[in-house]
Design a protein around this ligand. Structure first.
Ligand code: PMP
Ligand code: PLP
Length: 530
């Protein structure tokens, strides 16, 4: 069936910062395309000749996409394809002389050379195809979203703020009240204040004075300055609260952003890590179509700028990711990249491209994500089971102790006391929501029940518990929640009452030990023994 043409995105150029309006296209970058004409001697670019590169080839051994099928219930067919020979590959310096399609060849003379800031074309094409047709299932509503590679989401978000935020016009940014501190710091150091929005189990809340609608409706431009035109959000496996925002809530928030003309900055390192969706390992199509979809799929206007990263799907040290969104905004980020990072490291791009495009292919990449998700879910379960088991303590109170001596005929004491009563109370030491996604469990510890708590010293008690947990006795390092307050007020008021526990970083046996030790450590600290 012919596909109906999609509408162009809205003109949102009024959101651009003064800096973004001043960019000009690099005069030298514009010449690169002529250098690709066969037979052209390129004396224009300042490029070192590849024979001067000391690297002649780059070899790697990589896992197969189905590496993590171990221990899973597999069908005979899955078993057949689960022969897990690692893949070896070598990236040569020059393309093979008999190359059929030089545009898809991956070789060092190109990858290590100055090149397109959007990214190595063969990798960029793969990522575009993945993002548009698989990750977002062909559902991005507007025509031609633009994709460029970044050096990860830290880089992407930083650049987005450069081109969209202007502290001199009083820009502020909305964020979940418990939020990834890297994003807060990136905004705050520019003088862009963060406006915290209430969160619940799922993510950003709409209703109430501190919900998104309440904040926007009661915004007084005279009192508060310009209304925020940017909203930063992590909607899948939120860091630190582990929520996944439902489609219903997404649509409501999107409608508010349309009403108040707000750009959504969707930072989504954990989108593939959604839990309790699959009873068994799903096939690739089921996996992708069951995950809660991103804001991109409802973005009729082009007001969502989305950040993806290979940090959690391959390795953080790759420093590789991408941005997808409105062509005008992404184009400005590209201009900024020309002046800052240029393109992500050529060695990384070549390695990742060789693995994805020539070794695993699209279906292998999706299988890898799906099986990786399963691994994370299993660790999440390990942590949650132990945390749940240690969450409460049963206290037995004795009351009505009556001392009564029972004496025999010779005056010997047979029984010297009689205890009655028994009042049982279950005390909760901490509480947590089972993560809907991501890598973290956000634990609310009831510091208020400590016998030394006086209404004022909660943070000192928290600090003492944190130190006790990290001590030689327990050896369980957790992250104090105050590191996730969207601003000082949230930090002071409530973020300190939480610990964030990451179930991804240690191996399964160590995770088990540490999560039991956490519960025991908290009990000991509160001097509440069963
Ligand atoms: N400064 C000067 C003077 C240059 O000539 C060049 C490269 N032509 C650069 C900076 C860019 O350096 P890099 O590739 O390390 O970003
Ligand atoms: N955004 C969020 C919400 C994160 O949790 C993290 C990593 O912890 C990052 C961004 C950093 O991503 P990258 O490694 O791609 O810079």
């Amino acid at each position: 069936l012919p596909v109906a043409p999609r509408p162009k995105p809205l003109d949102l150029s009024h959101h651009l910062s003064p800096l973004a309006r001043r960019f000009k296209q690099s005069k030298v970058q514009g010449l690169y395309k002529y250098g690709a004409i066969p037979g052209m001697a390129n004396l224009a670019g300042g490029m070192p000749h590849p024979s001067f590169f000391p690297f002649d080839s780059l070899s790697a051994t990589a896992l197969t996409p189905n590496h993590f099928t171990t221990g899973l219930h597999t069908t005979f067919l899955q078993l057949l394809v689960s022969i897990k020979k690692p893949s070896h590959f070598t990236i040569p310096k020059f393309p093979p002389p008999n190359s059929q399609d030089p545009s898809t060849d991956i070789y060092l003379a190109r990858a290590l050379q100055y090149g397109a800031c959007e990214g190595l074309p063969v990798l960029l094409d793969f990522i575009k195809d993945f993002a548009v047709n698989y990750q977002h299932q062909g559902k991005i509503p507007y025509d031609s979203p633009k994709v460029i590679l970044t050096s990860g989401n830290t880089d992407g978000f930083n650049k987005a703020l450069e081109v969209l935020a202007d502290p001199y016009r009083g820009d502020k940014i909305l964020m979940e009240k418990f939020v990834y501190k890297g994003a807060v710091d990136t905004a705050a150091c520019r003088g862009i204040d963060v406006v915290p929005v209430d969160v619940d189990k799922e993510g950003m809340v709409i209703e109430g004075d501190d919900g998104l609608q309440g904040i926007l409706e009661s915004w007084d431009v005279k009192r508060d300055g310009p209304r925020p035109h940017l909203l930063y959000t992590v909607t899948m496996g939120q860091n630190p609260t582990a929520g996944v925002l439902s489609v219903k809530r997404r649509k409501q928030i999107y409608a508010l952003c349309q009403k108040y003309d707000i750009i959504i900055l969707e930072d989504d390192p954990y989108w593939f890590l959604q839990y309790d969706l699959f009873p068994e390992v799903p096939d690739n199509d089921t996996f992708l179509s069951t995950l809660v979809p991103s804001y991109m799929t409802i973005d009729t206007d082009g007001r969502v700028l989305r950040f993806d990263t290979f940090s959690k799907t391959m390795a953080p040290g790759c420093r590789l990711g991408w941005i997808i969104g409105h062509p005008t905004i992404v184009d400005r980020i590209l201009r900024l990249s020309e002046l800052t990072t240029q393109m992500p490291s050529g060695a990384t791009q070549a390695l990742v491209a060789k693995l994805l495009v020539h070794t695993w292919s699209m279906s292998g990449w999706i299988t890898w994500l799906s099986l990786l998700r399963h691994q994370y879910e299993s660790r999440m379960n390990t942590l949650c089971i132990s945390l749940e088991a240690g969450r409460t303590v049963t206290m037995i109170h004795l009351k009505n102790i009556r001392l009564k001596e029972i004496v025999d005929q010779d005056g010997n004491v047979i029984e010297s006391g009689k205890y009655s009563l028994v009042h049982k109370a279950v005390k909760e030491l901490y509480e947590f929501e089972r993560p809907m996604g991501g890598m973290f469990v956000w634990v609310r510890v009831y510091f208020e029940i400590h016998r030394l708590y006086d209404g004022m010293n909660g943070r000192e008690i928290m600090r003492a518990l944190w130190e006790y947990l990290a001590s030689d006795d327990i050896r369980c390092l957790v992250c104090p929640g105050q590191a996730f307050g969207a601003n000082d007020e949230v930090e002071e008021r409530e973020a300190w009452k939480y610990f964030r526990l990451c179930f991804a970083a240690v191996d399964e046996a160590e995770l088990k030990r540490a999560s039991v030790a956490f519960g025991n450590g908290v009990k000991e600290f509160f001097e509440l023994q069963e």
